[in-house]
Design a protein around this ligand. Structure first.
Ligand code: PEP
Length: 246
């Protein structure tokens, strides 16, 4: 199974659902539709209405984050995995670099993964090195730490997807070379196999568009994409899927 996940970040109001109508129309008619899933993570404010609308349709709705506690608590503005699941989301991102840079620690991320899985949300766990770490050849050690400090053997790997998103690539138009990404993806899958015996799906994220997807699709270890900027346009998002299967 392949995955095309659109992360809207801080974008969208109720009428932005028109973008998803177009994507859903393409998806429901696509002859390749059984080979992949489309998941969109709008902001919290839109999850309930979008999930209700797409309940019996193809697009799956997820959340961009969740709080590291179960059910209810006294943390102002926090949204728990329980609350997210109850309004119809089926996935959540955990550990996006935007949230790591705002203070998410490995311990917090472990709790997020734990409580998300407990509440029947599938987890898209994001990892990735920054520009300085890459320059200092620390990529592999950073990735290994991000994975091994959070993911545990006892977690159900069938409900986890890992998204490799080099921070220097997010929103910059810069992407790794094929050779570089291939080596990194092989390494990540090796670390994941050490934890789970069998690796969960691995996505790439960072400036993916309809042109560069031609290169990414040649990498066997990559099972799909986490797409930021290009997911806010139905045409750009559909182009990625079209060119992937061309
Ligand atoms: C992201 O923020 O997860 C992302 C991949 O963004 P972009 O596609 O815009 O680089």
């Amino acid at each position: 199974m392949k995955y095309f996940i659109g992360n809207w970040k801080m974008f969208g109001v109720p009428k932005s659902i028109s973008i998803l109508h177009k994507i859903n129309y393409y998806y429901s008619k696509d002859k390749n539709r059984r080979k992949y899933r489309v998941i969109i993570t709008p902001p919290y404010t839109l999850i309930e209405s979008y999930a209700k609308y797409f309940k019996k349709k193809k697009i799956i709705i997820g959340s961009q984050n969740c709080y590291q506690k179960d059910q209810f608590s006294s943390n102002t503005a926090a949204i728990s995995p329980y609350m997210i699941k109850k309004v119809g989301a089926n996935y959540t991102l955990v550990g996006h670099s935007d949230n790591r840079s705002e203070g998410d620690t490995n311990e917090m991320l472990k709790n997020k993964v734990h409580f998300a899985l407990k509440n029947n949300l599938k987890v898209v766990f994001c990892i990735g090195e920054n520009k300085k770490e890459k320059k200092n050849k620390k990529t592999f050690s950073v990735l290994k730490k991000q994975l091994s400090k959070v993911l545990e053997k006892k977690f159900n790997k069938n409900n986890i997807i890992v998204a490799y998103e080099p921070i220097w690539s997010i929103g910059t138009g810069k992407i790794p070379s094929k050779n570089e990404l291939e080596k990194t993806a092989i390494y990540i899958k090796k670390v994941l196999k050490d934890i789970f015996k069998k690796s969960p799906a691995l996505l790439y994220g960072g400036s993916v568009d309809g042109n560069n997807v031609e290169m990414f699709k040649k990498i066997r270890e990559i099972d799909g994409f986490l797409i930021g900027g290009a997911s806010k346009s139905s045409k750009k998002f559909i182009d990625i899927i079209k060119n992937y299967y061309r």
